[in-house]
Write a protein that binds this ligand. Structure first.
Ligand SMILES: [Fe+2]
Length: 479
């Protein structure tokens, strides 16, 4: 088969031959005319011009065809190259998009790593050695979430108490309105049945809350477009929940990652409750042991009956007033119960002697803080308490015993025990004297601020009495 282009080429070559032959024949005829002065039409005179002109015309045509083909080829190559250039440009754009995607993924990864670092860091903070009350713990958790998912506009962590929502930490909600509204646990469960990202219109909530309450409801809750909800559960029991809301004007949106972070937080919360159950069990056992030891002391020293409990009570209230952690307050309570445990080594007659002690006898009594510390030596969990037991007769001015510590060399806990011990001792009967009145005891504390007692703790204690004038429920005694 002859291709079309070849056919055209052949036609073009024939054209070239004919044109060349005609031109040279006409030229030859013209020459003959001038030579012979007449038109000569004999074939023999034209064979050479026809052949020579035809061949020359064919060659020229061939060259033209070659040139044309070359130009076509160059054009084709150019077009191909342009196409390839477009393709390369498209690939480059694609590559750039991939690169941007990788950058975005990388940023997201780094961001997530930071989030998880925060979570992991917090797990060690929430270890059982540093005990938080439920409220303190949930507040800490809420603050942790604020650091991790900071795009939310309003949020709340709460527990369910007697079937109603009790807010622990609140941002952007009307706290008082929420308390007054008394949002039922059953309603929260109906609206938010599981951990998820909710896009709930108020109209669908209307089906659950009646119109009257709905008017109040919309006033206390923020107008949000998305809510991230986490159920706080322990052993399949619902304890509370967490809301993180995005305002309708917020351009952000929650994603799977945010939900994963919340799931991780949920595991920390569950571990906390788990650890708490274990710790409570341990602590109850410890308190039982400490109470048994205190009972033993009170059996031995009839005048100190109730004194240990009084000191424990006052000291733990000072701790709470200073916003110390639950763990520290708990330790203050135990220290109060145990501070005089070393007195069990003092002979019964000496301890309950009503006459003035001799110098030798007084020296024996002065050994009770060190002996108390020795008694507690083998109980590791009471290591901190042991220090306060040993130093509860140290004085701010350095004139106390057994070590003669001064000022802040005495731990804060011991400074608290010291004031609590003195006040409770002054307001209860002793073998050698009757109790002082509250007013006189307060005056004594004031007189000894900066001498026997830490000025700061004195001030706190006096403020506490002034503000609360509280009643010691256990002893049914106002101090
Ligand atoms: Fe003592």
């Amino acid at each position: 088969m002859i291709s079309n282009s070849n056919k055209n080429d052949v036609i073009e070559l024939i054209k070239g031959f004919l044109i060349g032959a005609i031109i040279l024949s006409v030229f030859s005829a013209t020459q003959k005319f001038f030579t012979y002065n007449k038109i000569v039409i004999e074939l023999k005179f034209y064979i050479v011009p026809i052949l020579f002109g035809g061949i020359t015309g064919t060659i020229i045509k061939k060259l033209f065809i070659k040139r044309k083909n070359l130009i076509d080829e160059i054009k084709k190559d150019y077009e191909e190259m342009t196409e390839q250039k477009d393709e390369i440009e498209a690939l480059y754009s694609q590559l750039e998009a991939y690169s941007q995607n990788i950058d975005a993924l990388n940023n997201e990864l780094n961001f997530n790593i930071k989030k998880y670092e925060l979570i992991i860091g917090s797990i060690s903070d929430f270890s059982i050695t540093k005990k938080y009350s439920e409220k303190e713990f949930l507040s800490e958790i809420y603050n942790l979430i604020k650091d991790i998912i900071y795009k939310f506009d309003s949020g709340m962590i709460f527990i369910f108490e007697n079937g109603f929502v009790k807010p622990i930490e609140v941002d952007g909600y009307d706290y008082k309105g929420l308390i007054d509204f008394k949002l039922e646990e059953s309603i929260v469960n109906k609206i938010y049945p599981e951990n998820n990202i909710y896009k709930i219109e108020n109209s669908s909530i209307k089906l659950i809350i009646d119109q009257n309450r709905m008017d109040q409801f919309v006033k206390i809750v923020p107008n949000s477009k998305e809510i991230l909800y986490l159920r706080l559960e322990f052993k399949n029991k619902l304890i509370g929940g967490l809301f993180l809301e995005l305002d309708i004007k917020n351009n952000e949106s929650y994603n799977e990652n945010d939900l994963k972070v919340m799931e991780a937080i949920s595991s920390i919360i569950e571990s906390y409750y788990e650890a708490n159950v274990y710790q409570e069990f341990e602590e109850n056992k410890l308190i039982e042991i400490v109470e048994a030891m205190t009972n033993m002391l009170e059996f031995h020293d009839k005048y100190t009956k109730g004194h240990s409990l009084g000191v424990a009570d006052i000291a733990s209230r000072i701790g709470k007033y200073l916003k110390m952690s639950s763990r520290e307050v708990n330790d203050l309570y135990l220290t109060g119960l145990l501070h005089d445990i070393g007195k069990t080594f003092i002979p019964y007659e000496l301890l309950n002697k009503t006459d003035k002690l001799t110098d030798e006898e007084y020296e024996i009594v002065k050994e009770h803080p060190s002996n108390g510390a020795k008694v507690l030596q083998s109980i590791n969990s009471l290591a901190k308490i042991r220090i306060s037991v040993k130093h509860h007769h140290e004085r701010w001015d350095g004139k106390g015993y057994p070590s003669g510590l001064k000022g802040d060399e005495i731990s804060l806990e011991t400074q608290i025990i010291s004031v609590a011990d003195a006040y409770d001792a002054m307001t209860t009967d002793r073998p050698y004297r009757k109790s002082l009145s509250k007013e006189n005891a307060i005056q004594e504390i004031k007189n000894n601020c900066g001498k026997q007692f830490s000025p700061k703790i004195c001030e706190v204690f006096l403020k506490l009495l002034d503000e609360e004038g509280f009643v010691n429920k256990e002893l049914n005694r106002t101090f």
